[in-house]
Design a binder for this molecule. Sequence first.
Ligand code: IPM
Ligand code: MN
Length: 349
Amino acid sequence: MYKIAVIPGDGTGLEQVTEGVKVLNAAQHKFNFKMETFHFDLGGERYLRSGEILPDSVLEELKNFDAIYLGAIGHPDVKPGILERGLLLQLRFALDLYINLRPVKLFPGVLTPIKDKGPDDIDFVVIRENTEGLYAGAGGFLRKGTPHEVAIQESVNTRFGVERCLRYAFEYCRDQRQRQKLTLCGKTNVLTYAFDLWERAFHEISPTYPEVKCDYAHVDAITMWMIKNPEWFDVIVTDNLFGDIITDLGAMIQGGMGIAAGGNIHPGRVSIFEPIGGSAPKYTGKGVINPLAAICAGAMMLNHLGETAAADCIEKAVIAVCGTKLKSLNAGQMGYSTAEVGDLVAEAL
Ligand code: IPM
Ligand code: MN
Protein backbone atom coordinates (compact mmCIF):
# COMPACT_ATOMS: atom_id res chain seq x y z
CA MET A 1 0.00 0.00 0.00
CA TYR A 2 1.52 3.29 -1.12
CA LYS A 3 0.50 6.54 0.47
CA ILE A 4 0.70 9.28 -2.15
CA ALA A 5 0.43 12.99 -1.35
CA VAL A 6 -1.18 14.82 -4.24
CA ILE A 7 -0.50 18.56 -4.56
CA PRO A 8 -2.56 19.81 -7.52
CA GLY A 9 -1.13 23.32 -6.98
CA ASP A 10 -2.11 26.10 -9.36
CA GLY A 11 -3.75 26.65 -12.73
CA THR A 12 -4.16 23.52 -14.79
CA GLY A 13 -2.33 21.45 -12.14
CA LEU A 14 -5.57 19.96 -10.84
CA GLU A 15 -6.85 18.92 -14.27
CA GLN A 16 -3.49 17.30 -15.00
CA VAL A 17 -3.09 15.31 -11.79
CA THR A 18 -6.74 14.20 -11.94
CA GLU A 19 -5.96 12.33 -15.16
CA GLY A 20 -2.69 11.08 -13.71
CA VAL A 21 -4.49 9.62 -10.70
CA LYS A 22 -7.06 8.05 -13.06
CA VAL A 23 -4.26 6.20 -14.86
CA LEU A 24 -2.49 5.26 -11.60
CA ASN A 25 -5.77 3.81 -10.34
CA ALA A 26 -6.14 1.76 -13.50
CA ALA A 27 -2.56 0.53 -13.04
CA GLN A 28 -3.10 -0.56 -9.45
CA HIS A 29 -5.90 -2.90 -10.47
CA LYS A 30 -3.88 -4.41 -13.27
CA PHE A 31 -0.61 -4.75 -11.37
CA ASN A 32 -1.85 -5.65 -7.93
CA PHE A 33 -0.56 -2.88 -5.79
CA LYS A 34 -2.58 -0.50 -3.69
CA MET A 35 -2.35 3.22 -3.58
CA GLU A 36 -4.10 5.74 -1.40
CA THR A 37 -4.05 9.42 -2.36
CA PHE A 38 -4.37 12.41 -0.03
CA HIS A 39 -4.87 15.87 -1.47
CA PHE A 40 -2.98 18.87 -0.10
CA ASP A 41 -4.25 22.37 -0.58
CA LEU A 42 -1.07 24.29 -1.38
CA GLY A 43 -0.42 26.97 -3.99
CA GLY A 44 -1.52 30.42 -5.04
CA GLU A 45 -5.15 30.19 -3.90
CA ARG A 46 -4.22 29.21 -0.37
CA TYR A 47 -1.56 31.90 -0.24
CA LEU A 48 -3.99 34.60 -1.40
CA ARG A 49 -6.61 33.38 1.09
CA SER A 50 -4.44 32.90 4.17
CA GLY A 51 -0.92 34.12 3.48
CA GLU A 52 0.37 30.58 4.04
CA ILE A 53 2.72 29.00 1.53
CA LEU A 54 4.17 25.86 3.09
CA PRO A 55 3.43 25.63 6.83
CA ASP A 56 6.00 23.60 8.82
CA SER A 57 3.30 21.19 9.96
CA VAL A 58 2.39 20.40 6.32
CA LEU A 59 6.04 19.87 5.43
CA GLU A 60 6.35 17.43 8.34
CA GLU A 61 3.20 15.61 7.24
CA LEU A 62 4.51 15.28 3.69
CA LYS A 63 7.57 13.45 4.97
CA ASN A 64 5.35 10.53 5.99
CA PHE A 65 4.27 9.74 2.44
CA ASP A 66 5.81 7.29 0.00
CA ALA A 67 5.86 9.91 -2.74
CA ILE A 68 4.44 13.28 -3.74
CA TYR A 69 2.59 13.85 -6.97
CA LEU A 70 2.62 17.51 -7.99
CA GLY A 71 0.58 19.37 -10.61
CA ALA A 72 2.00 22.86 -11.15
CA ILE A 73 3.08 25.92 -9.20
CA GLY A 74 2.61 29.55 -10.31
CA HIS A 75 -0.38 31.90 -9.98
CA PRO A 76 -1.01 35.01 -12.11
CA ASP A 77 -2.08 37.08 -9.07
CA VAL A 78 1.01 36.24 -7.02
CA LYS A 79 4.26 38.08 -7.66
CA PRO A 80 6.76 35.80 -9.47
CA GLY A 81 9.19 34.18 -7.08
CA ILE A 82 6.98 33.90 -4.01
CA LEU A 83 5.41 30.53 -4.77
CA GLU A 84 8.35 29.28 -6.81
CA ARG A 85 10.80 29.90 -3.98
CA GLY A 86 8.43 29.44 -1.07
CA LEU A 87 6.78 26.26 -2.24
CA LEU A 88 8.43 24.43 -5.13
CA LEU A 89 12.07 25.17 -4.32
CA GLN A 90 11.38 24.97 -0.60
CA LEU A 91 10.01 21.44 -1.08
CA ARG A 92 13.06 20.47 -3.13
CA PHE A 93 15.44 21.91 -0.54
CA ALA A 94 13.64 20.86 2.65
CA LEU A 95 13.20 17.27 1.42
CA ASP A 96 16.80 17.36 0.13
CA LEU A 97 15.73 16.17 -3.32
CA TYR A 98 19.16 16.52 -4.82
CA ILE A 99 18.39 15.00 -8.21
CA ASN A 100 16.08 16.39 -10.84
CA LEU A 101 15.69 13.56 -13.34
CA ARG A 102 14.31 14.63 -16.71
CA PRO A 103 14.01 12.13 -19.55
CA VAL A 104 14.04 13.58 -23.05
CA LYS A 105 12.43 10.86 -25.10
CA LEU A 106 10.62 11.30 -28.39
CA PHE A 107 7.81 8.78 -28.51
CA PRO A 108 6.93 7.21 -31.88
CA GLY A 109 4.23 9.20 -33.66
CA VAL A 110 5.09 12.45 -31.87
CA LEU A 111 6.26 15.41 -33.94
CA THR A 112 9.62 16.95 -33.16
CA PRO A 113 10.58 20.34 -34.58
CA ILE A 114 13.94 18.88 -35.61
CA LYS A 115 13.91 17.87 -39.25
CA ASP A 116 15.09 14.33 -40.00
CA LYS A 117 15.37 13.20 -36.36
CA GLY A 118 13.19 10.49 -34.87
CA PRO A 119 12.67 8.38 -31.74
CA ASP A 120 16.00 6.59 -32.26
CA ASP A 121 17.84 9.90 -32.18
CA ILE A 122 16.06 11.69 -29.36
CA ASP A 123 16.31 9.48 -26.29
CA PHE A 124 18.42 10.73 -23.42
CA VAL A 125 18.14 11.76 -19.79
CA VAL A 126 19.21 14.95 -18.07
CA ILE A 127 20.29 14.68 -14.45
CA ARG A 128 20.10 18.14 -12.93
CA GLU A 129 21.57 18.95 -9.52
CA ASN A 130 18.55 20.21 -7.59
CA THR A 131 19.63 21.78 -4.29
CA GLU A 132 22.60 24.07 -4.98
CA GLY A 133 24.10 26.31 -7.65
CA LEU A 134 22.46 29.64 -8.41
CA TYR A 135 19.23 28.34 -6.91
CA ALA A 136 20.68 28.23 -3.38
CA GLY A 137 19.61 31.82 -2.74
CA ALA A 138 23.07 33.05 -1.72
CA GLY A 139 23.79 36.72 -2.33
CA GLY A 140 21.97 39.94 -1.77
CA PHE A 141 21.68 43.62 -2.47
CA LEU A 142 23.85 46.53 -1.47
CA ARG A 143 22.50 50.08 -1.70
CA LYS A 144 19.26 48.73 -3.12
CA GLY A 145 17.21 51.22 -5.09
CA THR A 146 20.05 53.71 -5.48
CA PRO A 147 22.04 54.43 -8.66
CA HIS A 148 24.94 52.55 -7.05
CA GLU A 149 22.93 49.43 -6.38
CA VAL A 150 24.78 46.10 -6.34
CA ALA A 151 23.01 42.76 -6.84
CA ILE A 152 24.99 39.59 -6.21
CA GLN A 153 23.69 36.08 -6.83
CA GLU A 154 26.22 33.42 -6.04
CA SER A 155 26.45 29.86 -7.31
CA VAL A 156 26.95 27.46 -4.42
CA ASN A 157 28.75 24.23 -5.32
CA THR A 158 29.75 21.96 -2.46
CA ARG A 159 32.01 18.98 -2.94
CA PHE A 160 29.37 16.91 -1.15
CA GLY A 161 26.51 18.15 -3.33
CA VAL A 162 28.39 17.85 -6.59
CA GLU A 163 29.75 14.42 -5.78
CA ARG A 164 26.42 12.89 -4.78
CA CYS A 165 24.86 14.19 -7.97
CA LEU A 166 27.69 12.82 -10.11
CA ARG A 167 27.58 9.46 -8.33
CA TYR A 168 23.86 9.22 -8.97
CA ALA A 169 24.54 9.93 -12.66
CA PHE A 170 27.29 7.31 -12.93
CA GLU A 171 25.13 4.75 -11.16
CA TYR A 172 22.18 5.58 -13.39
CA CYS A 173 24.36 4.90 -16.45
CA ARG A 174 25.80 1.72 -14.99
CA ASP A 175 22.40 0.32 -14.01
CA GLN A 176 20.71 1.07 -17.33
CA ARG A 177 22.58 -1.06 -19.79
CA GLN A 178 21.48 0.93 -22.79
CA ARG A 179 22.93 4.11 -21.26
CA GLN A 180 26.69 3.95 -21.53
CA LYS A 181 27.78 7.51 -22.01
CA LEU A 182 27.75 10.26 -19.40
CA THR A 183 28.23 13.85 -20.57
CA LEU A 184 29.14 16.49 -18.02
CA CYS A 185 27.61 19.78 -19.12
CA GLY A 186 29.40 22.84 -17.71
CA LYS A 187 31.23 26.00 -18.58
CA THR A 188 34.82 25.26 -17.59
CA ASN A 189 36.15 27.97 -19.89
CA VAL A 190 34.53 30.79 -17.90
CA LEU A 191 33.15 29.50 -14.59
CA THR A 192 36.63 28.43 -13.54
CA TYR A 193 35.77 27.81 -9.87
CA ALA A 194 32.41 26.08 -9.97
CA PHE A 195 33.05 23.84 -12.94
CA ASP A 196 36.62 23.20 -11.95
CA LEU A 197 35.16 21.49 -8.90
CA TRP A 198 32.61 19.62 -11.05
CA GLU A 199 35.24 18.52 -13.54
CA ARG A 200 37.73 17.35 -10.92
CA ALA A 201 35.06 15.39 -9.07
CA PHE A 202 33.84 13.89 -12.37
CA HIS A 203 37.31 12.59 -13.25
CA GLU A 204 38.03 11.39 -9.72
CA ILE A 205 34.82 9.36 -9.59
CA SER A 206 34.88 7.98 -13.13
CA PRO A 207 37.44 5.13 -12.55
CA THR A 208 34.94 3.56 -10.13
CA TYR A 209 32.58 3.12 -13.08
CA PRO A 210 34.80 1.77 -15.89
CA GLU A 211 31.78 0.70 -17.96
CA VAL A 212 30.63 4.34 -18.28
CA LYS A 213 32.12 6.39 -21.09
CA CYS A 214 32.81 9.99 -20.03
CA ASP A 215 32.33 13.06 -22.14
CA TYR A 216 32.19 16.81 -21.60
CA ALA A 217 30.36 19.70 -23.32
CA HIS A 218 30.07 23.38 -22.53
CA VAL A 219 26.48 24.43 -21.89
CA ASP A 220 26.28 26.79 -24.85
CA ALA A 221 27.61 24.12 -27.19
CA ILE A 222 25.25 21.52 -25.77
CA THR A 223 22.22 23.60 -26.79
CA MET A 224 23.61 23.43 -30.31
CA TRP A 225 24.30 19.69 -30.24
CA MET A 226 20.92 18.90 -28.69
CA ILE A 227 19.38 20.25 -31.89
CA LYS A 228 21.98 19.20 -34.43
CA ASN A 229 23.00 15.79 -33.04
CA PRO A 230 20.67 14.75 -30.22
CA GLU A 231 21.65 11.11 -30.86
CA TRP A 232 25.04 11.83 -29.28
CA PHE A 233 23.54 11.91 -25.80
CA ASP A 234 22.68 9.15 -23.36
CA VAL A 235 22.85 10.86 -19.98
CA ILE A 236 23.77 14.49 -19.34
CA VAL A 237 24.67 15.62 -15.82
CA THR A 238 24.78 19.32 -14.95
CA ASP A 239 24.19 21.98 -12.33
CA ASN A 240 20.86 23.42 -11.28
CA LEU A 241 20.49 26.42 -13.61
CA PHE A 242 22.03 24.83 -16.69
CA GLY A 243 19.79 21.82 -16.08
CA ASP A 244 16.75 24.08 -15.84
CA ILE A 245 17.57 25.72 -19.15
CA ILE A 246 18.55 22.71 -21.22
CA THR A 247 15.55 20.66 -20.08
CA ASP A 248 13.12 23.21 -21.52
CA LEU A 249 15.00 22.80 -24.78
CA GLY A 250 14.81 19.04 -24.25
CA ALA A 251 11.06 19.25 -23.69
CA MET A 252 10.61 21.02 -27.01
CA ILE A 253 12.53 18.44 -29.02
CA GLN A 254 10.56 15.59 -27.44
CA GLY A 255 7.27 17.13 -28.51
CA GLY A 256 6.64 19.96 -26.05
CA MET A 257 5.52 20.68 -22.50
CA GLY A 258 2.51 18.42 -23.03
CA ILE A 259 4.69 15.35 -22.64
CA ALA A 260 7.72 16.35 -20.52
CA ALA A 261 7.89 14.90 -17.01
CA GLY A 262 10.44 14.94 -14.23
CA GLY A 263 11.26 13.58 -10.83
CA ASN A 264 12.76 15.46 -7.86
CA ILE A 265 14.52 12.60 -6.19
CA HIS A 266 16.42 11.62 -3.08
CA PRO A 267 16.96 7.88 -3.47
CA GLY A 268 15.16 6.00 -0.71
CA ARG A 269 13.24 9.03 0.52
CA VAL A 270 9.95 10.73 -0.26
CA SER A 271 10.39 12.26 -3.72
CA ILE A 272 8.28 14.52 -5.95
CA PHE A 273 7.09 13.75 -9.47
CA GLU A 274 5.70 16.47 -11.72
CA PRO A 275 5.00 17.55 -15.27
CA ILE A 276 7.74 20.10 -15.97
CA GLY A 277 5.57 22.66 -17.76
CA GLY A 278 4.07 25.49 -15.77
CA SER A 279 0.56 26.06 -14.46
CA ALA A 280 -0.62 27.45 -17.86
CA PRO A 281 -3.22 29.77 -16.25
CA LYS A 282 -4.80 30.76 -19.56
CA TYR A 283 -6.01 27.19 -20.06
CA THR A 284 -7.27 26.65 -16.51
CA GLY A 285 -10.62 24.94 -16.17
CA LYS A 286 -11.13 24.60 -19.92
CA GLY A 287 -10.38 20.89 -20.18
CA VAL A 288 -7.86 21.46 -22.96
CA ILE A 289 -4.52 20.93 -21.23
CA ASN A 290 -2.57 17.81 -22.20
CA PRO A 291 -2.35 15.47 -19.19
CA LEU A 292 0.27 13.17 -20.74
CA ALA A 293 3.18 14.92 -18.98
CA ALA A 294 1.47 14.36 -15.63
CA ILE A 295 0.68 10.77 -16.59
CA CYS A 296 4.34 10.20 -17.49
CA ALA A 297 5.33 11.76 -14.15
CA GLY A 298 3.02 9.20 -12.51
CA ALA A 299 4.89 6.44 -14.33
CA MET A 300 8.20 7.84 -13.08
CA MET A 301 6.77 7.81 -9.56
CA LEU A 302 5.84 4.13 -9.89
CA ASN A 303 9.33 3.39 -11.16
CA HIS A 304 10.78 5.10 -8.10
CA LEU A 305 8.51 3.02 -5.86
CA GLY A 306 9.73 -0.17 -7.53
CA GLU A 307 6.57 -0.83 -9.57
CA THR A 308 8.62 -1.02 -12.76
CA ALA A 309 6.26 -3.27 -14.73
CA ALA A 310 3.38 -0.88 -14.12
CA ALA A 311 5.56 2.09 -15.04
CA ASP A 312 6.63 0.47 -18.33
CA CYS A 313 3.06 -0.39 -19.14
CA ILE A 314 1.90 3.21 -18.58
CA GLU A 315 4.63 4.40 -20.89
CA LYS A 316 3.48 1.93 -23.55
CA ALA A 317 -0.10 3.09 -23.11
CA VAL A 318 1.00 6.72 -23.54
CA ILE A 319 2.92 5.77 -26.68
CA ALA A 320 -0.13 3.99 -28.07
CA VAL A 321 -2.27 7.09 -27.50
CA CYS A 322 0.35 9.53 -28.89
CA GLY A 323 1.00 7.45 -31.93
CA THR A 324 -2.51 6.65 -33.01
CA LYS A 325 -5.03 9.06 -31.49
CA LEU A 326 -3.90 12.57 -30.65
CA LYS A 327 -3.73 15.15 -33.44
CA SER A 328 -1.19 17.21 -31.51
CA LEU A 329 0.31 17.33 -28.04
CA ASN A 330 -0.44 21.03 -27.67
CA ALA A 331 -3.17 22.31 -25.39
CA GLY A 332 -6.42 22.76 -27.27
CA GLN A 333 -5.21 20.94 -30.38
CA MET A 334 -5.30 17.34 -29.22
CA GLY A 335 -8.64 16.50 -30.79
CA TYR A 336 -9.76 15.32 -27.33
CA SER A 337 -10.41 16.93 -23.96
CA THR A 338 -8.06 16.54 -21.00
CA ALA A 339 -10.34 13.93 -19.42
CA GLU A 340 -10.75 12.03 -22.70
CA VAL A 341 -6.99 11.73 -23.05
CA GLY A 342 -6.84 10.32 -19.51
CA ASP A 343 -9.56 7.83 -20.48
CA LEU A 344 -7.70 6.82 -23.63
CA VAL A 345 -4.52 6.07 -21.68
CA ALA A 346 -6.42 4.18 -18.98
CA GLU A 347 -8.15 2.09 -21.68
CA ALA A 348 -4.89 1.43 -23.54
CA LEU A 349 -3.41 0.27 -20.25
C1 IPM B 1 11.36 23.88 -13.30
C2 IPM B 1 10.78 25.27 -13.13
C3 IPM B 1 11.22 25.81 -11.78
C4 IPM B 1 12.72 25.87 -11.77
C5 IPM B 1 10.60 27.17 -11.43
C6 IPM B 1 9.10 27.17 -11.52
C7 IPM B 1 11.06 27.64 -10.07
O1 IPM B 1 11.18 26.10 -14.17
O2 IPM B 1 10.99 23.00 -12.51
O3 IPM B 1 12.16 23.69 -14.20
O4 IPM B 1 13.31 26.88 -12.20
O5 IPM B 1 13.33 24.90 -11.31
MN1 MN C 1 12.37 25.12 -15.66
